[in-house]
Ligand binder design. Structure first.
Ligand SMILES: NC(=O)c1ccc[n+]([C@@H]2O[C@H](COP(=O)([O-])OP(=O)(O)OC[C@H]3O[C@@H](n4cnc5c(N)ncnc54)[C@H](OP(=O)(O)O)[C@@H]3O)[C@@H](O)[C@H]2O)c1
Length: 357
């Protein structure tokens, strides 16, 4: 607002004489007005009463979740760390599934320092290794703990072409397949918890608006490992489309079987986290980078806001019974039509089942 008023005042000022100065001021005023419009758009509350500017603490205020147990994958960084912190703040016993135990322990120590009553455990989980997923699930299931919430949060974005430990394209393997197997292996425990406690279980898949931009064929069932046609962002879009399809198919199965568990997917917003580590190839003073950075400043959210939609879907009472939906900005949103294709979701389920077996 201040920048806009200053630019307009500058434009009207009689001391501004040159055309360049006037053009510059006019451009600044237009950009500031755009910034105001964008900020208004992001800050306006949806029907939930929240917006993409709401924080994870705000959307869970007043919720007493003590007695619940959650697994948060990728809780050692970014959105996952904040999700784990806020769930713990609301009384949830949080199990952080992390591939780097040292950073997982650091996050846990920081959390307990801030919230001395927090119940937090760290367990090793590498989603790009089916053996690691099996070990994690087996250790968790044999611990006898209940499981109410599963937050499939971990992810990588736009990596160069790589294969997972099981020889599957790395983004598909990490973002979708590892979570697919993990969810399947934890389902009996979740179902038992929901039955015995009579409390609805919730599964939350972190997708992205990138789910709208996969390969032209959606999921490359016939050539998932094709290196020559590999496009790092389309491969990310493919894996994020799989996250939505996976949640939808889980929801369909739960409804069919009368299981008291919901499954939803979401876009957390755009947050500057370690996710962008493979996309920082432009030099710091590159004009494109400078332009993108200033543009990003208008739409970027912080991690407190980035974890809000996850915590809303995981804990807010408004979401009770809502399943097979896509959320963004702490509100229901429309996922792309491909991701709502029930046949495609079934096909992905069978394809994934074959791969993990
Ligand atoms: N940030 C955004 O703008 C944005 C936008 C849309 C969607 N998302 C989604 O939000 C989720 C969280 O992303 P973020 O932004 O918080 O990124 P982040 O800070 O990079 O966190 C990702 C987490 O996933 C973990 N991870 C990566 N590969 C793993 C593996 N093989 N096994 C286990 N854990 C693994 C990372 O562990 P390490 O710390 O060991 O690397 C890290 O803890 C992702 O699913 C992402 O696609 C983010």
């Amino acid at each position: 607002m201040l920048a806009c008023s200053m630019a307009i005042a500058f434009l009207c000022s009689t001391t501004v004489r040159t055309i360049q100065e006037r053009l510059l001021a006019a451009a600044a005023a237009v950009l500031s007005l755009h910034a105001l419009l964008i900020m208004w758009f992001f800050n306006r509350n949806g029907s939930s009463g929240f917006s993409s500017s709401s924080t994870a603490e705000e959307v869970t205020r007043g919720v007493d979740a003590s007695g619940l147990t959650a697994i948060v994958t990728g809780a050692s960084s970014g959105i996952g760390t904040e999700t784990a912190r806020v769930l713990a703040l609301r009384g949830v016993h949080v199990i952080m599934g992390v591939r780097n135990m040292a950073s997982g322990r650091d996050v846990k120590d920081a959390m307990i320092k801030e919230i001395p009553t927090a119940k937090v455990d760290v367990m090793e989980l590498d989603l790009s290794s089916l053996a690691s997923v099996r070990k994690f699930a087996s250790d968790f299931n044999s611990s006898g703990r209940p499981l109410n919430l599963l937050i499939n949060n971990a992810g990588i974005m736009a990596t160069p072409f790589m294969l997972s430990k099981d020889n599957i394209e790395l983004q598909f393997a990490t973002n979708h397949l590892g979570h697919f197997l993990l969810t399947n292996l934890l389902l009996d425990t979740m179902k038992k918890t929901a039955r015995e406690s009579d409390i609805e279980g919730r599964i939350v898949n972190l997708s992205s608006e990138f789910h709208r931009y996969p390969y032209p064929e959606g999921i490359r069932f016939d050539n998932i490992n094709d290196q020559s046609g590999y496009k790092r962002f389309l491969a990310y879009g493919q894996s994020k489309l799989a996250n939505v399809l996976h949640a939808n198919e889980l929801a369909r199965r739960f409804k069919e079987d009368g299981v008291n568990i919901t499954a939803n997917s979401l876009h957390p917003g755009v947050i500057a986290t370690n996710l962008f580590r493979h996309n920082m190839s432009l030099a710091n003073d590159n004009p494109i980078r400078v332009f993108l950075k200033s543009l990003a400043g208008l739409v970027l959210r912080n991690v407190q806001q980035g974890a809000a939609t996850t915590c809303y879907v995981a804990l807010n009472p408004q979401v009770k019974g809502v399943s097979g939906e896509y959320f963004s900005g702490c509100n229901l949103a429309a996922a792309c039509s491909v991701s709502r294709d029930a046949e495609l979701a079934k096909k992905l389920w069978d394809f994934s089942m074959d791969l993990v077996q």
